[in-house]
Ligand binder design. Structure first.
Ligand code: CTP
Length: 420
């Protein structure tokens, strides 16, 4: 099946679209239109503040349904009351979600129609925050949002960039197209995702990916690590999920939002990463090691902060960390294992020797240093593998965004996986 034959997976889905009072409310009109186009039946619930930015008539015209905004109104309750709306919803999406509505939801308020429906509905709930960047970075707002996430709410965004108030930063509502894409992705079956992505053969397979750096503790306040941002591993996880796979991401400490729909196991050290990799690999089909694992760790982790003392030099005794991908490839012979080779010189030579030494099925050769690869949004790589005659094959992928690169790499990896 190709991407063109994709099923509109929101077909027939009942969506309560909550609109609260922020300037991004004007974007919700487009969101309502796109959701309807994707086949959903939408009932818009507006907070009082939303009326200052957009009229109910706009939503009524776009959705073909009347708009709800009152809790304690006899006529409204006689029509479709709050409990009926809560039961009707297959999904609740709040876009934009202001700091105020997030605070009310996080504290279980039921002081208007929208918050009451949220408390009364068992449906999956999504939140697209939209506010000034300073407000979004306020620890109270972050704590409220995290609290909602612990109660099962899914976060859509926010985005970075220029804001209506003139500030630049994180807090913009995600574009309506992206919100619909995320909803499609998180509500569709593996087969539907595979069909939409155009990458075949991976639907329902389990893919385990390691990402980010590891941190090796030296004492309670210091560690050894590297510059890896985790962007490549996270992009691979998002692309594998979009291709229909069931994805587990074993992540070192990074500043990234986990992609929708995947399972994340957070770890700190190489030894923890190996433990997680071992337990996740027993039922996996494909293992991709994108993590930049620290090769060594301090032999001793000091119980207290190491004092600098009077000496002008100091030395550290280091011990080698386990090689995670080589261990997994050795212990799970039938698992299809893909590694990365981060090299500052002799790229293809070093990468191909890692391919054989670590007994991998494929390796992604990655030139690093001098501003390349680590902590960048783009990358160029070469994929290496041995064909049935044990002849080394290679395919170069030109410089492009890590998201595009992830899709192309997975296409090639999955194609080769299926020939094994
Ligand atoms: N890797 C791993 N565990 C380690 C070190 C590396 O799983 N302890 C994996 C990486 O995730 C990557 C591959 O092995 O997929 C190659 O990593 P790289 O850092 O390029 O090479 P090293 O094996 O560390 O060798 P060297 O540092 O000598 O280049």
């Amino acid at each position: 099946m190709s991407a063109q034959t994709a099923l509109p997976t929101l077909q027939g889905k009942h969506i309560v679209l909550g609109v609260s009072g922020g300037i991004a409310a004007y974007k919700s009109a487009l969101l309502a239109r796109l959701l309807k186009k994707a086949g959903a039946d939408i009932k818009v619930v507006m907070t009082q503040g939303a009326h200052a930015f957009i009229t109910p008539l706009t939503f009524q015209a776009l959705t073909g349904n009347s708009v709800h905004d009152t809790l304690l109104d006899a006529d409204a309750e006689a029509g479709m009351g709050h409990i009926e709306l809560a039961r009707w919803a297959d999904l609740v999406v709040i876009a934009p979600a202001t700091a105020n509505v997030i605070a009310r939801l996080a504290n279980g308020h039921a002081d208007d129609l929208l918050t009451t429906i949220c408390l009364a509905s068992p449906a999956p709930k999504y939140l697209a925050p939209a506010m000034n960047q300073q407000m979004w970075s306020n620890p109270i707002v972050r704590a409220n949002t995290e609290r909602l996430e612990t109660f099962g709410w899914s976060l859509l965004g926010p985005d970075d960039g220029e804001q209506a108030c003139g500030d630049v930063g994180s807090g913009r509502m995600l574009e309506p197209e992206t919100i619909v894409e995320r909803l499609l992705s998180s509500t569709s079956s593996p087969a539907e995702r595979a069909s939409r992505s155009g990458i075949s053969g991976i639907s329902g397979k389990k893919v385990v990916i390691t990402a980010g750096p590891t941190r090796e503790a030296l004492d309670p306040v210091r560690y050894l690590s590297n510059y890896s941002s985790g962007k490549m591993g996270y992009a691979l996880a998002a692309a594998a999920y979009a291709a229909g796979a069931s994805v587990t991401l074993i992540s070192g400490p990074v500043q990234l939002e986990p992609p929708t729909g995947i399972t994340v196991v957070n770890v700190t050290s190489a030894e923890q990463m190996l433990d997680a990799a071992r337990s996740e690999s027993s039922d996996a089909d494909i293992f991709i090691a994108a993590a930049a694992v620290a090769d060594f760790r301090p032999q001793q982790v000091a119980e207290h902060k190491i004092k600098k003392g009077g000496d002008s030099t100091a030395s550290l005794e280091l011990v080698k960390n386990p090689d995670i991908v080589a261990t997994i490839a050795g212990e799970y012979a039938s698992l299809f294992c893909v590694g990365f080779a981060a090299e500052t010189q002799s790229l293809l030579e070093n990468a191909s020797s890692k391919l054989t030494r670590k007994k991998l099925d494929m390796i992604v050769a990655n030139q690093v240093g001098e501003g390349l690869a680590f902590d960048q949004d783009s990358n160029a790589v070469t994929l290496l593998w041995q064909d049935a005659q044990q002849t080394l094959q290679q395919r170069a992928f030109p410089m492009q965004s890590k998201h595009q690169l992830a899709r192309q790499l997975l296409d090639a990896i999955f194609a080769h996986y299926q020939t094994q």
